[in-house]
Design a protein around this ligand. Structure first.
Ligand code: ATP
Ligand code: LTN
Length: 328
């Protein structure tokens, strides 16, 4: 039987070219090998303040965008976290088996609670909801960015402790952290990661950006005065970033890209990078428009919801019984 891989994505803003190259392409590879589950973590998103209309729009939009990028609904189960009421119930049962000390030590909690004095208790219990997402789906592997590794480790601790106290219930999940992989940098400030929450719009390419704007952003990317297309992240971070983008999207090696542009000036190189990015984005945007305006998306999400409910309900019933809740 195929191992099960599961990951969640928060519906906060339009994803970037960095997310596409760094994360989505990996998920497309996983779908060939694993029993894959991808869900929109909308309940995690409300641990900080969200505009309701924007949040609702972002949810379906993110599903459509992932599908437009190549996440295949025949190979993945796709669902929305809040569509399944069992998850929050399971999370509560797990919360009552998790210590305050464990949660208050989480790095993300410490960082985010420092930034806002009026943080919610959801920000503290966030990792337990994440543990519920993972454990209630009998997950083997959880691909996440390095910032979420600690949360997956906590999910393991919670599962091990629960199994000891109430008997074998949960599989112990493992995080998958990309060790290599291309980090795409901000086009204006190539020493900073391209990030969807970045304030600086000019340096960030979002997958739904107008294509003329995308071209302009690439043409005005920061470079250097040397005029050689050579990969050197220390002395030529801007050019190296453009080489990375070109290499990732064309599947050519860095060496191949260097030799392709060895006699080229920066203007010509940037035009070629822009052509490739615009090509990829135009394909994604066409597919996105078809999906978001079509009627397939609700069918896919309904199917995902039922599967998510079916699997987690078994855990919910078992947990209730072993903890001693309810009538029987
Ligand atoms: P935020 O600005 O809200 O922190 P982000 O754009 O930095 O968002 P995350 O939500 O933290 O992205 O990460 C989602 C996934 O995308 C992770 O797997 C992460 O490793 C990957 N990723 C994010 N930014 C980049 C980037 N610039 N280059 C490569 N991969 C990236
Ligand atoms: N916290 C994650 C999103 C997330 C998740 C999960 C990831 C919620 N539940 C379960 C993997 C497994 C984030 O912010 N990227």
């Amino acid at each position: 039987m195929k191992k099960r891989v599961l990951t969640g994505l928060q519906p906060t803003g339009v994803i970037t070219l960095g997310n596409y190259i760094g994360a989505i392409k990996q998920m497309i590879e996983f779908q060939e090998e694993y029993d894959s589950y991808i869900f929109i973590a909308d309940m995690h998103a409300i641990t900080i303040n969200q505009d309701p209309i924007e949040l609702r729009n972002n949810i379906k939009s993110l599903v459509a965008l992932y599908m437009a990028c190549g996440i295949d609904f025949n190979k993945n189960t796709i669902y929305i976290q809040s569509d399944n009421p069992y998850i929050a119930n399971i999370s509560w049962m797990l919360e009552c088996n998790t210590y305050y000390g464990e949660l208050s030590r989480m790095t993300q909690f410490k960082d985010k609670s420092k930034k806002n004095a009026n943080f919610t208790s959801g920000l503290l219990t966030y990792p337990v909801l994440m543990a519920a997402d993972i454990l209630a789906m009998d997950t083997d592997y959880v691909p996440v960015g390095i910032d979420q590794k600690q949360h997956v480790e906590l999910a393991r601790d919670i599962a091990i402790r629960y199994n000891k106290k109430y008997g074998e219930t949960f599989k112990i999940p493992e995080p998958i952290i990309k060790s290599t992989g291309t980090k795409i940098m901000d086009l204006q400030y190539p020493d900073k990661k391209m990030s969807k929450s970045s304030e600086n719009q000019k340096g960030v390419i979002r997958l739904l950006d107008d294509l003329n704007v995308v071209r302009k952003k690439i043409m005005s990317a920061t470079t250097d005065s040397e005029m050689v297309v050579k990969f050197d992240t220390v002395n030529k971070p801007g050019i190296s970033n453009l080489i990375n983008i070109y290499s990732s999207l064309t599947n050519k090696s860095i060496k191949e890209v260097e030799s392709e542009f060895k006699d080229s000036n920066y203007g010509n190189f940037k035009t070629k990078v822009a052509d490739v990015v615009v090509d990829v984005l135009s394909d994604i945007q066409n597919k996105y428009n078809e999906i978001i305006n079509g009627d397939k998306i609700d069918e896919i999400l309904d199917h995902g919801m039922l599967k998510n409910i079916e699997i987690s309900k078994v855990f919910y019933e078992k947990m209730k019984k072993s903890i001693g809740l309810g009538r029987k």
